[in-house]
Write a protein of this length. Structure first.
Length: 219
């Protein structure tokens, strides 16, 4: 059966609403365990902002973890972005919609502006197109230029569905145990040279992969 434009709009509307309901119902069942979260909790208590980075494939838990905590996110104007924005709005994220092909410089400017507005920023540093678990510059440079700490977030899910996508996107099964491991706060010196900054990016990539493995082991 061929759908007309009105029918397509109705189905899209229902899909957006049902996706939000399904995600919230599912994530309320998980058993969440957080390790090394004291420094992050201290910043929350003091109402100070920071940059949090977790891998794109763990995005569902990463976003959920920081819901209703004065966080912001840059979301593409794609159809997938519509679904994500709908969920994040319900979690009280400050959302900036950009092109799905937005350049790194423009994305960085948007993130820095959000940080100036006292929002924390959640970043998937291997997104939006990979390579998987290879860190791009955004999280480190945003921390460097804004003088706010960077936290790397390893996320392990015991029982999960793994999508056949470039990021091996993970969806926890109902009632699964989920372990989150925060790094200690990372300070990026604003005076670092280009080469030194690049070295810090590689160090953070290695540390985030280490935290990811630790989170999986704790599961």
């Amino acid at each position: 059966m061929k759908l007309n434009q009105f029918q397509k709009k109705i189905l899209n509307f229902l899909g957006l609403r049902l996706s939000n309901l399904a995600v919230n119902v599912l994530l309320k069942t998980i058993r969440l365990e957080i390790k090394n979260g004291d420094a992050v909790n201290k910043l929350f208590a003091e109402k100070k902002n920071f940059v949090a980075a977790s891998w794109h494939g763990s995005m569902m838990i990463g976003w959920y973890l920081h819901r209703k905590k004065n966080f912001s996110a840059l979301v593409s104007k794609s159809k997938d972005g519509d679904i994500l924005a709908n969920v994040l709005e319900k979690w009280n994220y400050k959302i900036i919609r950009g092109s799905s092909h937005i350049g790194g410089k423009k994305a960085l400017e948007l993130m820095l502006d959000l940080i100036k507005q006292k929002f924390s920023v959640a970043i998937t540093p291997d997104g939006p197109t990979g390579p998987r678990h290879k860190m791009k510059a955004g999280a480190v440079v945003a921390s460097k230029k804004s003088n706010v700490p960077l936290f790397l977030v390893g996320i392990g899910i015991r029982n999960k569905f793994v999508m056949k996508s470039w990021d091996s996107f993970e969806v926890p099964k109902p009632f699964s145990k989920v372990v989150v491991v925060y790094s200690d706060p990372i300070s990026i010196d604003a005076n670092l040279s280009y080469e030194e900054t690049d070295q810090r990016i590689h160090e953070c990539e290695a540390l985030l992969n280490k935290l990811q493995k630790e989170a999986l082991l704790f599961c």
